[in-house]
Design a protein around this ligand. Structure first.
Ligand code: IPD
Ligand code: CA
Ligand code: CA
Ligand code: CA
Length: 257
């Protein structure tokens, strides 16, 4: 490998910690909130500032890398060659605006489409999870061990509210066989719950920056990430993603056929 995955991991921890501090210190400020594709798709000045902060850090420290950022300060990514940083400055912007909690900031790093490192910070909960297949995973500095597969009846499943309401891909039937559904509104926090064993699976329609960090971390711990047809996610477009222990995928796949 042409890069040092431990240096990237160290840098991500520093950048996410600074970003989290900036967000928490300014929580009382008036936000400028705009809609994007519709009334439930928000962006604030803070999302943009934090993405610009990450882009500056990446351009300075990894000038050869490409950046796929949600708010458009990165590059136009059309293929997965080289080192790519996937940046979601505030994941769960609706929660950030409405609840002032239950949101994350996250970055996932890939080389030629393969996961290197992911880092997710639950900003208000101050839970930082970082790592990848080569480095292992740290949760607030302590190592996490790979998870054993377990029956779907023993686990909670995170799901996106629209998919649950409209029973997309038979998610309601899947959830009936589990311990129940949870709707968190932040993909990053859903992945934290997956890799710490609080949930057995997560199903949502996601963009690459929503799952890049979680997929890289999960790959080190036995968490698989699939599309509906069982392929690895493309990292180039928005699609339905199923992440979890192998048992969730087996049950999901049976319901589709
Ligand atoms: C959203 C959240 C949400 C998921 C959406 C994402 P954003 O990210 O992760 O939980 O259901 O699909 O777009 O836009 O708040 O960064
Ligand atoms: Ca968004
Ligand atoms: Ca997101
Ligand atoms: Ca976002």
């Amino acid at each position: 490998m042409r890069f040092d995955s431990f240096k990237i991991q160290h840098d991500l921890v520093v950048w996410l910690t600074v970003a989290g501090d900036k967000i928490r210190q300014n929580m009382a400020d008036q936000l400028h909130v705009k809609t994007k594709s519709g009334r439930n798709d928000l962006v604030t000045n803070r999302d943009k500032e934090i993405e610009q902060f990450y882009v500056e850090q990446i351009r300075t420290n990894y000038p050869e890398a490409k950046i796929c950022g949600e708010e458009g300060f990165g590059d136009d990514i059309t293929d997965l060659s080289g080192l790519i940083f996937f940046v979601d400055p505030i994941d769960g912007t609706m929660n950030f605006v409405k609840q002032k909690q239950n949101f994350a900031t996250m970055v996932g790093v890939y080389q030629d489409g393969q996961p290197v490192i992911g880092a997710i910070l639950d900003v208000m909960g101050q839970q930082l999870i970082v790592g990848g297949p080569e480095n292992g995973v740290l949760f607030n500095g302590r190592p996490l061990i790979p998870l054993a597969d377990r029956p779907i009846a023993d686990g909670l499943i995170g799901v996106n509210s629209g998919m649950f309401a409209h029973n997309i891909n038979h998610v309601q039937q899947l959830i009936e066989t589990s311990s129940g559904a949870r709707v968190t509104g932040s993909a990053g926090i859903e992945f934290i719950q997956l890799v710490t064993g609080q949930q057995i699976g997560y199903i949502s329609n996601l963009s690459p920056w929503d799952y890049a960090a979680g997929q890289a971390i999960g790959a080190a711990l036995g968490i698989e990430t699939h599309t509906v047809s069982g392929e690895p996610p493309s990292l180039l477009k928005r699609e339905v993603i199923i992440a979890g222990l192998p048992e969730i995928w087996r049950n999901f796949y049976q319901l589709q056929n």
